[in-house]
Design a protein around this ligand. Structure first.
Ligand code: F6P
Length: 364
């Protein structure tokens, strides 16, 4: 073990630079290894774009949002867009061999893949083809299997909570129903936590299918009680009992092409039509992925980064470092690839929210 590559894949989130810093510093200081930064996730391996990372390269980045290496949520070595045919259709190719050749030529002994389920799926694939990989769990969605938490999540919860708090004051002034849509794909963690933290009146998550009547009932009941406003925290993946996901766009050259978004706007119209209350929708969007990581994420990213460098040195490869019940451990990459950890029906926070009067828009 001499040289480790580091890449950040998928959507960015706060704390990526903190992991890059921890891996690089631990590799150099503790284990006498060389660190190389791979640009734009798997794209850097496909296009052979990499650069050495020295202690100086990772100095002063602990608190910085984004990733100094760049990222991509389109570059999948198994299905990489190489051209567009005469009819305008994308042409894809398996470029795994090219990736393996570039990793060999750069003498990378292991690649630390910092990402979510899509990145881990790519890492498991490369590992199966002989390129040793170690995963680090990243995502604001907190939906990676076998880890209690991913870095980036806590900062995103804080950002979304602050936004909800601000919406709260304007909702009260104008006596409106305010819907705030949060990211999270098919998992409701971000909305559940930010909704709970900000005292939202209604929390709609993908795991609990809603009925429009129940949401309207809640808004009307509140206005009858003299509370002339309602805060509805909506996950982008929330859907009605008899409804479909609301899709914002389809990114054809992405391994996970569907981008959810817009359910808050749909619900806003529906609630206004049913209740005749004044409604507004806000979609928080990518603001949830930006900014400096909170202290908790800086610490978690440092722990994960150090654990990944240690695993590399020990040859403990093809595994994802995870946090389970407060302890750092690891699981095989193959066990996390292409899977999602969603909010279980018996999640204690769901029960606690219900107990303090939050409606999940469900029930007969
Ligand atoms: O997985 C992170 C995430 O921010 C999701 O919450 C969201 O659905 C998606 O990425 C948005 O992707 P993009 O940046 O391609 O719009």
């Amino acid at each position: 073990m001499k040289r480790i590559g580091i890449l950040t894949g998928g959507g960015d989130c706060p704390g990526l630079n903190a992991v890059i810093r921890a891996v690089t510093k631990a590799a150099i200081n503790d284990f006498g290894l060389e660190a190389w930064g791979i640009e734009d996730g798997y794209l850097g391996l496909i296009r052979n774009r990499m650069k050495p990372l020295k202690l100086d390269s990772v100095s002063n980045i602990l608190t910085r949002g984004g990733t100094i290496l760049g990222t991509s949520n389109k570059a999948d070595p198994r299905r990489f867009k190489v051209s567009v045919d005469r009819d305008g259709n994308d042409v894809f190719e398996d470029v795994t061999d090219r990736v393996l050749e570039h990793a060999r030529a750069r003498e990378l002994d292991v690649v630390i893949c910092i990402g979510g389920d899509g990145t881990m799926s790519g890492a498991a694939h490369l590992a199966a083809h002989g390129l040793p990989c170690i995963g680090v769990p990243k995502t604001i969605d907190n939906d990676l299997m076998h880890t209690d938490i991913t870095f980036g999540f806590t900062t995103a919860v804080q950002t979304a909570t602050e936004a909800l708090d601000r919406i709260h004051t304007t909702a009260a002034s104008h006596h409106r129903v305010m819907l705030v849509e949060m990211m999270g794909r098919y998992a409701g963690w971000l909305t559940l936590h930010a909704g709970a933290a900000s005292g939202a009146d209604v929390i709609l998550i993908p795991e609990v299918l809603y009925r429009l009547e129940r949401i309207c009932e809640c808004c009307l009941k509140r206005s009858k009680r003299g509370k002339a406003f309602t805060i509805v925290a909506v996950a982008e993946g929330a859907r009605a009992v008899d409804g479909e996901y609301v899709v914002d766009r389809v990114v054809h050259d992405s391994p996970d092409p569907v981008r959810l978004g817009g359910v808050a706007e749909v619900l806003c119209e529906q609630i206004a039509a049913e209740t005749h209350l004044e409604c507004r929708a806000t979609i928080l969007g990518h603001v949830q992925r930006g900014g400096s990581p909170c202290a908790h994420d800086r610490v978690l990213a440092t722990l994960f980064g150090h654990a990944a460098a240690k695993a590399a040195e020990a040859g403990d490869i093809n595994r994802l470092v995870v946090m389970q019940q407060g302890k750092l451990t690891s699981v095989p990459l193959s066990e996390v690839a292409d899977q999602q950890r969603i909010v279980p029906p018996d999640d204690p926070l769901v029960a606690a929210c219900r107990a303090v009067g939050v409606s999940f828009g469900d029930g007969k």
